[in-house]
Design a binder for this molecule. Structure first.
Ligand code: SF4
Length: 209
């Protein structure tokens, strides 16, 4: 990576971390995916129950693999026979892992969901939430973050899951009310009332969509 981009990312990450702190959330900066994995594993004690609601970034740093192979109780909804029971168990997990669709420079988290399992668990339930976020998700303000979520993240996810939405064909949001829409619930996390619940590792890399 170009050295000037590295410097820019470090400086921008410090701004985001300050913004997160002002909102009772904790931010960390990882210079690489490897460093992000180490930081995440330092935050999750062995023996913890851990679940997640999708999120390529979590996979991309190798965290899911490390948890599955390590001494953790990883609840994988896709593998459990009773998906509803697994989802409900997830609300009582020690850690919920996710990425964000977008994060503002002053630390507001934007997430969009179709089934709402992800945004509901971010909002409440799991004891701690750990976000893994590439620097490509940082946006100047809420307006830009919403635009990113709806014109970058949502169309890519709609394509990924083979959904019949206008954005999966055009590549940008048409504000649809399609039965397949993944833009059912919008969660804007602007403050965490619960001290120490929300943690976010910013990674000096492009992760997810
Ligand atoms: S509202 Fe519809 S078209 Fe817009 S991003 Fe969401 S699913 Fe795609």
């Amino acid at each position: 990576m170009n050295e000037n981009i590295i410097i820019r990312n470090e400086k921008l990450a410090q701004k985001v971390i300050k913004g997160l702190e002002s909102r009772n959330m904790t931010g960390y900066y990882a210079a690489s995916k490897e460093e992000a994995l180490k930081l995440a594993l330092d935050l999750i004690p062995e023996g913890s129950s851990v679940t997640m609601g999708g999120g390529m970034s979590v996979h991309e740093i190798g965290l899911v693999k490390a948890l599955v192979e390590g001494n953790y109780r990883f609840i994988d909804r896709d593998k459990e026979e009773d998906k509803r029971a697994a989802m409900l168990a997830g609300y009582d997990a020690d850690f919920f892992l996710a990425s964000c669709n977008a994060v503002t420079e002053d630390g507001i988290l934007i997430n969009i969901d179709g089934n709402a399992n992800r945004v509901s668990a971010i909002a409440q339930g799991p004891k701690k939430v750990l976000f893994i976020v590439g620097m490509n998700k940082i946006c100047p303000d809420v307006d830009a973050a919403m635009k990113r979520a709806r014109n970058v993240a949502a169309p890519v996810n709609a394509q990924r899951f083979g959904l019949n939405t206008p954005c999966s064909k055009t590549g940008s949001c048409m504000d649809c009310k399609s039965p397949d829409t993944i833009c059912c619930q919008f969660l804007m996390t602007r403050y965490s009332r619960h001290e120490g619940r929300i943690h976010l590792i910013l990674v000096n890399d492009d992760l997810g969509f």
